[in-house]
Design a protein around this ligand. Sequence first.
Ligand code: C2E
Ligand code: MG
Ligand code: MG
Ligand code: MG
Length: 269
Amino acid sequence: ASKRHSSKKCVRITKQLYEDVTYKFNMTNKIKQAIESEEFFMVYQGVYDVIKSQNTFIEALVRWKDDSNTTLLPGEFIPLAEESGLMIELDQTIINTTLKEFSAIKQNDRYKHLKVTINISRNKLLQVNFPERLKKITDHYKLKSSDICIEINENTFIDKINLCKEQIKRLKELGYLIAIDDFGKEYSSLSILNKVDFDIIKVDKTFVDGIKDKSNIEIVKMILNVARVKGKQVIVEGIETKEQKDVLEKLGVRLMQGYYFNYPSKLEI
Ligand code: C2E
Ligand code: MG
Ligand code: MG
Ligand code: MG
């Protein structure tokens, strides 16, 4: 009986594996086709400056309207795009679209002060000619590189730190701003802040969710202190309520992002 049981189990695992592989294979092909048929589009979320009472940045966030007209969120396709090696190409598509749309709204004098921030995957950052390619597109759309910020997730730096540093150095030389995204979410080590030449720390939403907890407040204070000493800016992500905004404002947070201020939406050009 136990033998039969174990063979049954074996069949089940194989079926699961088969379904996983099939799903991945189909999704990978769908992503490939979707890049070609331009099914990806960008929405933008403001980064609000509570002193100036206006958005100083807009963050570009990708969405996918697939062939069944369903809009998918990055969490539903980015992990697979990364795993299948398609993320470098998708990031390129995202950069092209974002800079094109950003250059269009920059025609309006109302948006003179506005900067754009773009999320970049680790593999894109490490792509050999990435900084030069980015500069080419920036020039093509007659944009200033100092109006463009590249967001790099904190977990990018888990290895190949010297390669990451070199690419960032090159981006900085070309005039781009660098933000460390999701700071404090998972793997962050404070030493990143000394190793990497960045302009902005984006503090992860987890600290905002727990902002009633004294230890979260102390961590935010600590990050603000480090940033002040180093002359860097801080953006706190994921503010959903007035209470959260008020606590953070009292702590001296100037730049905030979250549903309390606005939801990501298409640009009105
Ligand atoms: P992220 O870069 O940290 O972006 C912030 C995410 O938090 C966005 O989710 C945004 O919609 C969401 N958000 C903003 N305010 C709030 C809030 O108040 N409450 C809550 N619960 N969520 C809020 P989204 O668009 O689903 O993106 C998720 C992640 O996927 C991003 O995290 C980023 O790491 C990645 N991603 C998104 N767009 C791109 C892209 O164009 N390229 C690359 N490489 N990655 C992207
Ligand atoms: Mg981001
Ligand atoms: Mg990000
Ligand atoms: Mg983030």
